[in-house]
Write a protein that binds this ligand. Structure first.
Ligand code: PLP
Length: 374
């Protein structure tokens, strides 16, 4: 089935009570036993399992082409569970350009548990090769990356990790299964902040890990999910499942809008550089063409000048909303260095733009009038 059909089929289940077309919301935290003291539908207690979470996990596994999925209360809770599956003494490789919370978890939390990590540019195979150690267990990828939109050759990285006995996880939050399928390219695990495109409406937090096979690693993480308890609520799962129904149309449309916005920005005299894998000038253009269906709806722009000019520019915007996060239907822009704090290595003149569903002509007009102040 095509992804849009799969999204609709996998988020629908037959309702035995009322034949409702839309899945009911099962708020119950506990489930009744039958006269034989059996659990008639296999559900015991919502932390261990709930029909809405089960539906979401099945849909995520189907869309990513995985065997099983585990849903969490946020993207960070999913990444946390992934690292909790490691052992003291293990080493992790993470991209030098990635969601800043990923290396921060390793640095501020897991270093105390004896897990070490190396940051490396995963677009450079030789550098990644050099970063491997005998104790490296996990190679983390994020492509396109946050906030520089670097594009990593997933299949090449998987080959490298396998030759060193490590598993590969790819944060597919920006790609989504509509644009790229890391499990098909050999990754062992796909990670998602479902808060973003999968939810799609900036109204629910969530995270997920999807596993290509139901391996002991997947089973261990399921145990961490239910024993640790960082699970999404039934309503969170219901909202994210609803988001999945329109994922394909939203992502394709938003990507088309982003292409137009990126082309406009790259031709503007007040702009120093645009980072978008749909532009031929982008270093990752060729790899993106090969492994992505479309380049996506995220882009970063560096205006001429520094933080002052960047902030003056976004303060003049009238339509595009100044807020962190991404992947919703409304366009958002943010000064990433301010969000990441003093340790940030993001250029001071960089603005990250999540392109939404507004008409691209209106978005371009808003950007044009705001760039006048740079
Ligand atoms: N991964 C990426 C690429 C993200 O952009 C984010 C959040 O911005 C996360 C992970 C963390 O997800 P959450 O905010 O849902 O915990």
């Amino acid at each position: 089935m095509h992804p849009e059909t799969l999204a609709l089929r996998s988020t629908h289940f037959a309702d035995a009570n009322a034949a409702a077309v839309v899945s009911p919301l099962y708020l119950s935290t506990t489930f009744e036993r039958d006269a034989n003291y059996e659990l008639p539908h296999g559900y015991l207690y919502t932390r261990a399992g709930n029909p809405n979470r089960h539906q979401l996990e099945s849909a995520l596994a189907a869309l990513e082409g995985g065997a099983v999925a585990t849903a969490f209360a946020s993207g960070q809770a999913a990444t946390m569970a992934l690292f909790q599956g490691l052992q003291p003494g293990d080493h992790v490789i993470v991209p030098d350009d990635a969601y800043y919370g990923t290396p921060l978890l390793l640095q501020d939390i897991f270093s105390g548990w004896g897990i070490t990590f190396t940051k490396v540019d995963t677009t450079q195979p030789l550098a990644v090769e050099e970063a491997f150690r005998p104790e490296t267990k996990l190679l983390c990828l994020e492509t396109p990356s946050n906030p520089l939109l670097k594009v990593t050759d997933i299949a090449a990285m998987v080959r490298l990790a396998r030759s060193r006995g490590a598993i590969t996880v790819c944060d597919n939050t920006w790609g989504t299964p509509i644009l790229q399928k890391p499990l098909d390219l050999g990754c062992d695990i796909v990670m998602h902040s479902t808060t973003k495109y999968l939810g799609g409406h900036s109204d629910v937090l969530g995270g997920a890990l999807v596993f290509r096979e139901d391996t002991p690693v997947a089973q261990r993480i399921r145990q961490i999910q239910t024993l640790g308890g960082a699970v999404p609520s039934p309503f969170d799962c219901w909202l994210i499942s609803r988001g999945l129904k329109t994922l394909a149309v939203r992502v394709r449309q938003q990507s088309a809008h982003a292409q137009r916005v990126a082309e406009f920005l790259s031709g503007h005299p007040a702009v120093e550089q645009v980072h978008y894998p749909g532009l031929e000038s982008h270093a990752g253009f060729a790899v993106a063409r090969q492994q992505m269906i479309l380049p996506g709806a995220m882009l970063s722009v560096q205006v001429k000048g520094g933080a002052v000019e960047a902030l003056r520019f976004i303060n003049k915007l009238g339509l595009i909303i100044r807020a962190t996060s991404l992947g919703g239907v409304e366009s958002l822009i943010e000064h990433r260095a301010s969000v990441e704090g003093p340790a940030s290595t993001t250029p001071a003149n960089l603005l990250r733009l999540s392109v939404g569903l507004e008409h691209p002509d209106d978005l371009i007009e808003d950007l044009r009038q705001a760039l006048d102040v740079v």
